[in-house]
Design a protein around this ligand. Structure first.
Ligand code: NAD
Length: 478
């Protein structure tokens, strides 16, 4: 049985209840984790108060060293961690390894920023009067993570929060607590003072809700659905808690007639089907210039047919199962809705057949043409391996259709024409635009959505602004 980590100790829930964690590929029990309570969150808050008192006084350079040490300990256990991640989440093992490395890279990135993290100084505000701009930690920060990238998304929060001198309480998704618990444990062993980094597992409506209500928690960094994010923001308003919200997306990809089609087809396949389509930044709508559409679709259909669907723990699997039965049902309903409105099924559109697939939540990579613009798969976030494809006459039309969404997370455009590329980069309503590039995230660049995709930034030195208060100090001498 996995345990939570509070004040540096492995603990059970106060009522000793547990939640089952099951493998989405087989339905088998992987392990159990504590079903935390309101009391458990309060216990973690007490521990985090003590952790903050000590950690915030540790010199910045030393904090950076401990982040480095945590990163190297995690990397040393990459194989064990990746295996647990695949068992609880379902993604192919090679994607789990990539996710653990992403986490390590994020920790190293913020460890490196310890050398550059500073406020400001204003000389001679007046005669003998000087100004200083301090960047002070907030106190206790809550990090609420979803199940699709449980480890790397936790890393986006804890790395800048810890470097800035805060203590943290992590709440992972109920279905993916195991790898996160293990990472927090390894990190605690790497030299964090007790109470600096805690993890409380349990239902969002209990553990998460108490984190939103508890006024000793000064900031919530939340990644999850837009609907839950709105609730987080409402609750945070009660005591003006700081919030960072990383929410849903429906990323458009535009392919112009002068694009490198081979590279664009690969980017579309990886962008849509990575993690079985369960990525906030997945390509969820594809806009093709009319003149290249037929050839592009043919190549993409061929690629989609060849992607091996299976248990993520087995060699050669490229697409694992969807994470839950509910998740698969939702995708099936969205596809049915699109087909009911006249969409053309190009490939997929069903569960794979055979005994190997009976107990898991598998679904074949699916491409749809001739999709109604008001179909659910276009208007809502499609969190699975299905892609609606549209034909457009020019860039104007593509950008207008791409922007016709409540979401604004990522976007991409493929063209060899610099004017078109720059126009798209400026006009696509999104926090990120990739030009002739797959949707790769870099720790060096700030990341965060516009419109209903979120608020605030993660990654980059910008993320540190969201884990600090800026304070001005005036000093008179003489
Ligand atoms: P979700 O909103 O259901 O849950 C996210 C987390 O919030 C979980 O830990 C959950 O237990 C918790 N939670 C649920 N109810 C809560 C409440 N009342 N109070 C506090 N916490 C509560 O999201 P999910 O289904 O786990 O994740 C998928 C969603 O996350 C998708 O919409 C996806 O696009 C989004 N996402 C966004 C990003 C990004 O960076 N923008 C990254 C990954 C995923």
């Amino acid at each position: 049985m996995a345990k939570m980590i509070v004040g540096g100790e492995l603990v059970e829930a106060e009522n000793h209840e547990v939640m089952e964690v099951r493998n989405p590929a087989t339905g088998e029990l992987v392990d159990t984790a504590p079903r935390g309570t309101v009391g458990d969150v309060r216990r973690a808050v007490e521990a985090a108060e003590e952790g903050f008192r000590i950690w915030s006084q540790i010199p910045l350079a030393r904090r950076g060293e401990i982040l480095y040490e945590g990163a190297s300990q995690i990397l040393a256990r990459e194989t064990e961690l990746a295996r647990t991640l695949t068992l609880e989440q379902g993604k192919p093992l090679r994607e789990s390894v990539l996710e653990i490395r992403r986490f390590v890279h994020t920790l190293e990135h913020y460890a490196g920023l310890a050398k550059n993290f500073r406020g400001g100084y204003v000389p001679q505000l007046d005669k003998n009067r000087y100004g200083m701009i301090l960047k002070l930690p907030l106190g206790i920060c809550g990090a609420i993570a979803p199940w699709n990238f449980p480890v790397s998304l936790m890393g986006n929060k804890i790395a800048p929060a810890l470097l800035a001198g805060n203590s943290v309480i992590v709440k992972p998704a109920s279905t993916t607590p195991l790898t996160s618990i293990r990472c927090v444990q390894i990190f605690n062993e790497a030299g964090l003072p007790p109470g600096t980094l805690n993890i409380v597992t349990g239902p969002g409506g209990v553990v998460g809700e108490e984190m939103l209500c508890n006024s000793k928690i000064r900031k919530i960094s939340f990644t999850g659905e837009t609907r839950t994010g709105k609730h987080v923001m409402e609750m945070a308003a009660r005591d003006i808690k700081r919030v960072t919200l990383e929410l849903g997306g429906s990323d458009p990809m535009i392919v112009c007639d002068d694009a490198d089609l081979e590279a664009a087809v690969s980017a579309a396949a990886v962008g849509r089907f990575f993690n079985c389509g369960q990525a906030c930044l997945a390509i969820k709508r594809l806009y093709l210039f009319d003149s290249i559409a037929d050839g592009f679709i043919e190549r993409l259909v061929n690629k989609a047919r060849k992607l091996k669907v299976g248990n993520g723990i087995e060699d050669g699997t490229l697409i694992g199962p969807l994470h839950t039965a509910a998740q698969r049902q939702e995708i099936e309903e969205m596809i049915q809705d699109a087909l009911g409105r006249g969409a053309q099924l190009l490939v997929g559109g069903r569960r794979p057949e055979g005994a190997a697939y009976d107990k898991g939540y598998f679904y074949l990579p699916t491409l749809l043409g001739n999709v109604d613009r008001n179909a659910r798969i276009v208007r809502e976030e499609c969190f699975g391996p299905a892609l609606p494809i549209f034909r457009v006459k020019d860039l104007e039309e593509a950008i207008a259709m791409a922007n016709d969404s409540i979401y604004g997370l990522g976007s991409s455009v493929w063209t060899r024409n610099l004017d078109k590329a720059m126009k798209a980069a400026e006009r696509l309503e999104a926090g990120y635009t990739w030009i002739n590039s797959p949707q790769i995230i870099y720790d060096e660049l700030p990341f965060g959505g516009v419109k209903q995709s979120g608020l605030g930034k993660e990654h980059g030195s910008e993320a540190l602004d969201f884990y600090t208060e800026t304070k001005s100090v005036v000093v008179t001498t003489g």
